[in-house]
Write a protein that binds this ligand. Structure first.
Ligand code: SAM
Length: 216
């Protein structure tokens, strides 16, 4: 947990630690997106409603700023989560988020490429990824790695924006003179591949999210 500075410490009070500036910035951005029709918290709640329970060793691909990671850690108190991202700066925000939300003791971070995780196989009871697949340069290789990481009997959850939300993101980012990755939709192919590997699969599309849950 972030220490209070002596200037804002209140002796004997239960005052919460000050929110880090990077999290205030993240919340401002989320509010902007919400005003444009994208409610990231609703999407995360929907994903959790479909993939929980998870427990044991859990691998998350794409820490980002830790929105999903912290929500998962709070809602899965028996999970110990390893979160991977290729960008240490994004992960530094996720680490502050985890500390601020009081879940840092059950989260560890690794800067790695999702397509080359490097750990031995069968290391995790669950593998999850939310809104990161469309950022990965080698998504198929990343899925092969996620499958390799999963223990027999484990749960794999691949979650990304649904088609309507990809178009909404295009519009929001275009209005700011930016572009957002919008790859061809791969969920049906990934589902077929996972079924061919012997997984039982379930899918949902709602609340901005497309979810593919694969049970081994
Ligand atoms: C939009 S963020 C993920 C959102 C995050 N799950 C959340 O809940 O806020 C996408 C992340 O994927 C990461 N990423 C991009 N390429 C990657 C790769 N090859 N391996 C691992 N992470 C990667 C980016 O650095 C970025 O932080």
């Amino acid at each position: 947990m972030r220490k209070q500075s002596s200037s804002n410490a209140v002796s004997g009070s239960a005052k919460s630690p000050a929110k880090p500036a990077c999290l205030m910035e993240m919340e401002k951005r989320e509010a902007h997106f919400r005003a444009q029709g994208f409610d990231s918290a609703a999407g995360i709640d929907f994903v959790l409603s479909k993939i929980l329970p998870v427990s044991g060793q859990v691998l998350e691909i794409g820490s980002g700023k830790g929105r999903f990671l912290t929500a998962l850690a709070r809602r899965a108190p028996l999970a110990r989560i390893t979160s991977v991202d290729i960008d240490p700066a994004e992960q530094a925000v996720a680490a502050q988020n985890a500390a601020y939300q009081g879940v840092a003791d059950r989260v560890q971070f690794a800067v790695r490429d999702a397509a080359r995780l490097g750990w031995p196989g069968n290391s995790f009871d669950a593998v999850v990824t939310v809104n990161a697949m469309h950022h990965l340069p080698e998504p198929d290789r990343a899925i092969a790695e996620m499958v390799r990481m999963l223990r027999p009997g484990g749960k794999l959850a691949i979650c990304d924006f649904d088609p309507a939300t990809f178009y909404l993101m295009d519009l929001i980012q275009q209005a700011e003179g930016k572009t957002h990755p919008h790859p061809v939709r791969c969920f049906p192919r990934w589902q077929a591949q996972l079924r061919a590997l012997g997984f039982k699969t379930l899918t949902w599309t709602a609340c901005h999210q497309e979810i593919l849950l694969a049970l081994s």
